[in-house]
Ligand binder design. Structure first.
Ligand code: NAD
Ligand code: TYD
Length: 351
């Protein structure tokens, strides 16, 4: 085998698409997926590649320093693609501590393990940290986040991700650890846990339950299909410049309410419902505390320097996503049992 690449959080939404891409594309590399399998991690996401010769799964928690050191001691790791994180803003509002542990302490454990293992022999190594546009804060009606935008995180989630980004950059400047960082906008697509806006809405429409829209639904997000994020990660991991940051986005801004109206139309068509039937499920609920108004990414640097671009339009991506959720009913049923029901009633019934 050529190289060994450690992908953390590979059983989650984005991580599973990255693992699949790397296992199938780099058959001469060992791909290790390290994941604690929290509520958000699901090995079902990787059934199609789990028996491939170049794939290994390790169940480990990045907050466990000894376990992480052991993984580095036992494997000759050439590259890290770090996606493991607590990732849901609403959960960070209820339980910030878990975000500090995983997103900050977990990241420092990985940085230390890489640094100790690579020492001065790091010329061909790479530590790639996956982050979010939410570290830049919230935009008004105009403007975009660039790689130069000052950090201004405003939720416990984004503050913990900002903190981990700072640590990764500090290890580059202080210890010359060969790092690269990307900050991406909102992802959507198959395998996303149905507590995030799009899969939650698909599931609720399917079951004729209300679609909870925070506030007036005027907040804006910039949506990117998950496989396009995975292709950007591939390009940046292989060709990004050490020490650099790349913003990834879809040039695809939607207010939440117009996105959900469009989704309702797609669902009416797919479920053979009367046009307008799903829209009747829209329910405006109490706003999220500290709800960021607008995110929008300028990904000129990535497009210009590394020649990346998204592969599909939002209309096609959304339809693909809906088709996947309607076809994968068992996946959906499995992930929304038990803990999900408790989460859902705590998050929504008291609003
Ligand atoms: P996710 O919540 O779907 O998956 C996270 C994965 O990390 C899960 O498999 C989970 O089991 C694992 N994990 C959590 N805590 C862990 C721990 N302590 N040790 C080991 N594994 C642990 O998240 P996602 O949406 O796939 O996001 C992946 C990464 O991409 C995160 O770093 C997130 O900040 C970033 N990101 C996400 C988006 C988005 O729209 N979802 C956008 C930009 C950046
Ligand atoms: P989400 O998918 O949680 O992503 P993020 O907060 O990281 O952007 O939410 C996307 C947008 O949808 C955000 O503005 C909050 C809003 N939202 C709702 O209106 N209702 C919901 O039930 C959820 C989960 C989100």
């Amino acid at each position: 085998m050529n190289k060994t690449i450690l992908i953390t959080g590979g059983a989650g939404f984005i991580g599973s698409h990255v693992v699949r891409l790397f296992v199938n594309k780099y058959t001469d590399c060992n791909i290790i997926n390290l994941d604690a399998l929290t509520y958000a991690g699901n090995l079902e996401n990787l059934r199609d590649i789990e028996n491939k010769a170049n794939y290994t799964f390790i169940k480990a928690d990045i907050t466990d320093e000894n376990a992480i050191n052991q993984v580095f001691a036992e494997n000759n790791i050439d590259g890290v693609i770090h996606l493991a994180a607590e990732s849901h803003v609403d959960r960070s509002i209820t339980n910030p501590g878990a975000f500090i542990k995983t997103n900050i302490v977990g990241t420092i454990n990985l940085l230390n393990a890489a640094r100790n293992s690579w020492k001065e022999n790091s010329a061909n190594k790479r530590f790639y940290h996956i982050s979010t546009d939410e570290v830049y804060g919230s935009l008004g009606d105009t403007g975009f986040f660039t790689e130069e935008t000052a950090y201004d995180p405003r939720s416990p989630y984004s503050a913990s991700k900002a903190s981990s980004d700072h640590l990764v950059r500090a290890y580059f400047h202080t210890y010359k650890l060969p790092i690269v960082i990307s900050n991406c906008s909102n992802n959507y697509g198959p395998n996303q846990f149905p507590e995030k806006l799009i899969p939650l809405s698909i599931n609720n429409i399917k079951n004729n339950n209300s679609i909870p829209i925070y506030g007036k639904g005027e907040n804006i997000r910039d949506w990117l299909f998950v496989e396009d994020h995975a292709s950007a990660i591939d390009v940046i991991f292989n060709s990004g410049k050490i020490g650099e940051t790349y913003n990834i986005g879809g040039d695809n801004e939607w207010t939440n309410i117009s996105l959900i109206r469009m989704l309702c139309k797609v669902m009416d068509k797919k479920l053979n419902r009367e046009i307008g039937a799903s829209e009747k499920l829209i329910t405006f609920v109490k706003d999220r505390a500290g709800h960021d108004m607008r995110y929008a990414i300028d990904s000129t640097k990535l497009k210009r320097e590394l020649n990346w671009k998204p592969s599909l339009t939002f209309e096609i991506g959304l339809e693909k996503t809906v088709d996947w959720y309607l076809k994968n009913d068992t996946w959906l049923k499995n992930v929304i049992s038990g803990e999900y029901e408790k989460y859902y009633s705590q998050q929504y019934t008291k609003r």
